[in-house]
Design a protein around this ligand. Structure first.
Ligand code: MG
Length: 121
């Protein structure tokens, strides 16, 4: 990424990546953003997201109230922020990586064979 590239020319995920890079740089936090630290922070935020639904029933979690939705959105944002920061550090194109993984999953789990089954293979 060119630092002087206009954000409008970048897709939203790339714009977020640059924004987070700048956020860290302005605070001199880049020194703390090793992949190890970032993945630990990501895991902690995923745990906070778990907490939002921890004691919900299946039905409650499928029909969250506004307070729960807002809390979940905050923690999802935290997870995304650390994931995007990690992707920046490891020079991973997240959307390309996700597309590749979905293609692998499609080969591993052909719809005609697994439809309606949660069984692992
Ligand atoms: Mg959080």
């Amino acid at each position: 990424l060119e630092p002087d590239m206009s954000h409008q020319k970048l897709d939203q995920l790339l714009a977020l990546r640059v924004r987070l890079r700048e956020f860290a740089a302005e605070r001199d936090w880049d020194q703390f953003h090793s992949p190890k630290n970032l993945v630990m922070a990501l895991s902690a935020e995923a745990g906070e997201l778990v907490e939002v639904f921890q004691w919900s029933s299946e039905i409650e979690s499928a029909n969250p109230n506004q307070v729960t939705r807002d809390a979940a959105a905050k923690e999802m944002a935290d997870v995304l922020i650390y994931l995007v920061r990690l992707a920046d550090k490891l020079d991973v194109n997240l959307l390309e990586a996700a597309d590749r993984k979905i293609e692998q999953n499609a080969l591993k789990y052909p719809a005609s064979e697994v439809r309606g089954s949660a069984r692992k293979r």
